[in-house]
Design a protein around this ligand. Structure first.
Ligand code: NAP
Length: 294
């Protein structure tokens, strides 16, 4: 199978490259410099030239807070550009796998969100991603996969920020009233590869990483894993705080846990297990930090 990965330089994009290559697929990895998905002419030309069987769109505007000040750009990348991809796959009969977010929900639910639940994004990022879902649905063959709280050894993410801050500060205040599910980008990439190999009926599916927690709980598990891996790891004191004490430009859902049972029932893909990947990712991040300091 020939797979085009857009946003190939991002954390999911890199894990997708690893996963598809390991499974023997032909990968066309297009970072932003190879393919700017907001340019409709470039998208059409690139897709016609390479004729992929599947396009996995890992490109996105992901700066949740900055999006509040840059709504036009967020919508351009997260929605208008998805229309370009949908039009291109329709031209060649390819299959579009598009990635969306738990931030399409407002967090008022008291049980994990199912695909049929009402959406109501709280900020520009979530709104632009929801608009992107509507564009992806215009592809003749598509799936949309909503994921949450993605971390990996690549790019920027909460885990890497925590490891960096542990080296800089004695104490940290972390929000403990936002609940979600960390998801290892490698687990998500494997799930998307299986979807590319066995496309289910068109639709939206949820995939996340296992048990849910707060950002505070996630931070504690990250530091525990780092402490287990590195004898001289400096544990910061971690203080739980409410969101009201950590105001951010974008509002975030208080509860954005995704129910992944539909994907398991339809395709046999079980949710990931972030706790199993945590040690491995922390080990790679600590190693990279050590070599950067040498
Ligand atoms: N991160 C999370 O916690 C999270 C949670 C739920 C869902 N998601 C979704 O998961 C997907 C992957 O996220 P991620 O964490 O891997 O994001 P990421 O690391 O920020 O990667 C996004 C990539 O998209 C690229 N990009 C931005 N604008 C582009 C354009 N116009 N054309 C082509 N490429 C462009 C970026 O390039 P530059 O680096 O050059 O900007 C970056 O390499 C996204 O759809 C995101 O909305 C993420």
């Amino acid at each position: 199978m020939r797979v085009l990965i857009t946003g190939a330089g991002g954390q999911l994009g890199k894990c997708l490259q690893d996963s598809f290559k390991e499974s023997g697929h032909e990968v066309i990895a297009a970072g932003r410099s190879e393919l700017d998905i907001t340019n409709s002419r470039s998208v059409e030309g690139f897709v016609l030239a390479h004729e992929p069987d599947v396009i996995v769109n890992a490109a996105a505007y992901t700066a949740v807070d900055k999006a509040e000040a840059e709504p036009d750009l967020a919508f351009k990348v997260n929605a208008e550009a998805v229309a370009n991809l949908a039009a291109a796959v329709n031209k060649i009969g390819a299959f579009l796998i598009h990635v969306s977010t738990d931030y399409v929900f407002d967090g008022s639910s008291t049980r994990p969100y199912r695909e049929i639940d009402s959406v109501n994004p709280m900020g520009v990022y979530g709104k632009s991603k929801l608009a992107g879902e509507r564009e992806a649905e215009k592809a003749n063959r598509y799936v949309i996969v909503r994921a949450a709280w993605i971390f990996s050894e690549y790019g920027s993410n909460f885990l890497k920020t925590m490891v960096r801050l542990a080296g800089e500060r004695d104490s940290l205040a972390i929000v403990n009233d936002q609940i979600g599910t960390p998801t290892y980008a490698g687990d998500l990439a494997s799930a998307l590869r299986v979807l590319a190999e066995k496309p289910p009926v068109n639709g939206t599916y949820h995939f996340s990483g296992g048990h849910h927690c707060s950002w505070y709980g996630f931070a504690q598990e990250i530091f525990q894993a780092c402490g287990d891996l590195k004898a001289d790891f400096q544990f910061p004191v971690v203080n739980p705080i409410p969101t009201s004490e950590f105001p951010t430009p974008a509002k975030r859902p208080a509860f954005s846990v995704l129910d992944g049972s539909l994907l398991e029932a339809r395709v046999g893909i079980r949710e990931g297990s972030w706790a199993d990947s945590l040690r491995d990712v922390c080990s790679k991040v600590l190693e990279a930090d050590d070599s950067a300091q040498k």
